[in-house]
Design a protein around this ligand. Structure first.
Ligand code: RFL
Ligand code: PHB
Length: 390
């Protein structure tokens, strides 16, 4: 089989790029290791930047997101038993975010790919990129026990943090930057009414907590837990009890609890691989970078890669202009690092660090005190949270 662009990974990055290229008449094939149901069972992001939403619309996938997604003009930071609001809209001159689950967005992208007759190969096993340093790279994989080959002009590595793409770049051609945090987030999804119409990020001496939502009947909550914890150790009752302890009393008092329909622990990590290109292979999304989820940047950073890559591919195929592809890595990384800085800062501000000396503790308190007393500091937070310009 032959195509112009071979995409490894059918997560949001790979599917969005596939859909955008297809709309432009650029032939592509997506190879996804798992089944569609498996990909859709992973509960992850919930907060989208407007730039991302615009890209979904450009990909002709924005209808349900616009109908069912919730516009959020602000969120709250809870601390010392009280709450302060970050007025995203007021502080950014009219910007906001959209709360729409990654699961729903991925479902919309799968549906759009299917409707347009796009080729997404599920359960593509042992995907291997070959000759990526040349102008005629190709992919091999196994489908239903049969070995297959896909010849491409370009390969996109959109196969997440644990994928094969980044690992297939020769050692010494890529540099990795990493920070691993000494805790994870235990997340619970429950069919209960969200405790607050807006997200609440809570800093507490017992550890961080977050109240988020997917809709008015579906809540998503997180608590910071030690890395050694497992979901078996956390019954639903234990989770709700701990969450209540970390929220201001008036919030805990109205928290609606119920059985969890999903429960998982995600370790927190910051990671960037540079450059995001080797030969004719380009990395995008979690395959090239990971952030701790505190700033809601991960999926949005992935979308920003896709924005640059899509425009670069369009120039390459429509105008024969390679300059966008040449500039891709540098442009994408400049924005990626800003997302890294912001996510690291939000994480440092709101979590309990087991190893913190009293001095660090005071600095953290002062950072929050300064933030909430300074319009300029809040404006900077808001500008980053709604997403910097592409
Ligand atoms: P994905 O979603 O990991 O998709 C990669 C796909 O590639 C497939 N794959 C392979 N396919 C073929 N061959 C191989 N060898 C392969 N290896 C892997 C995988 O099966 C998968 O389908 O990466 P992508 O597309 O780059 O998307 C990135 C986002 O998923 C991620 O950044 C966000 O979920 C991060 N994130 C958040 N981001 C936000 O912008 N806002 C949020 O509110 C937010 N909340 C979160 C989050 C991530 C979380 N976790 C679990 C890490 C909350 C959490 C708890
Ligand atoms: C979520 O709803 O899953 C979510 C929201 C905001 C974050 C992280 C995760 O910062």
């Amino acid at each position: 089989m032959k195509t112009q662009v071979g995409i490894i990974g059918g997560g949001p990055s790979g599917l969005l790029l596939s859909q955008l290229l297809h709309v432009q008449g650029i032939d592509n094939v997506v190879l996804e290791k798992h089944t569609r149901d498996y990909v859709l069972s992973r509960i992850r992001a919930g907060v989208l930047e407007h730039g991302f939403a615009d890209l979904m619309r450009e990909a002709r996938c924005g209808e349900r997101m616009d109908a069912e997604g919730e516009i959020h003009d602000g969120f709250e930071i809870a601390h010392e038993g009280r709450r302060d609001r970050i007025d995203l809209k007021g502080l950014t001159g009219g910007n906001s975010v959209i709360v729409y689950g990654q699961t729903e967005l991925t479902r919309d992208l799968y549906d759009a790919r299917e409707k347009m007759g796009g080729l997404v190969v599920h359960e593509a096993l042992d995907v291997q990129p070959h000759d990526i340093g040349t102008d005629s790279p190709y992919l091999t994989y196994e489908q239903e026990g049969e070995k297959k080959r896909l010849d491409c002009e370009y390969i996109i590595g959109a196969d997440g943090f644990h994928g094969v793409s980044r690992k297939s770049i020769p050692k010494g051609k890529i540099r990795e930057f990493e920070r691993v945090y000494p805790f994870g987030w235990l997340g619970v999804l429950s069919e209960t009414k969200p405790v607050s119409p807006e997200l609440i990020y809570a800093r507490h001496e017992r550890g961080f907590a977050l109240c988020s939502l997917r809709s008015q009947v579906l809540s998503r909550y997180y608590i910071q837990v030690p890395l050694s914890d497992t979901t078996d150790q956390w019954s639903d009752d234990a989770f709700w009890e701990e969450l209540k302890l970390r929220l201001p009393e008036d919030v805990s008092a109205k928290l609606e609890t119920g059985p969890s329909i999903e429960k998982s622990i995600a370790p927190l990590r910051s990671f960037v691989a540079e450059p995001m290109r080797y030969g004719n292979m380009f990395l995008a999304g979690d395959a090239a970078h990971i952030v701790p989820p505190t700033g809601a940047r991960g999926l949005n950073s992935a979308a920003s890669d896709i924005y640059y890559l899509y425009h670069a591919m369009r120039d390459r195929y429509k105008k024969g202009d390679d300059s966008g592809l040449e500039a891709y890595s540098a442009k994408a990384l400049a924005r990626v690092w800003k997302g890294q800085r912001f996510s690291w800062w939000m994480t440092m501000l709101l979590h309990k660090f087991p190893e913190n000396a009293p001095f660090d503790q005071r600095l953290q308190e002062t950072d929050l005190d300064y933030l909430l007393s300074s319009e300029a500091a809040m404006a900077s937070l808001a500008e980053n949270y709604v997403g910097l310009a592409f």
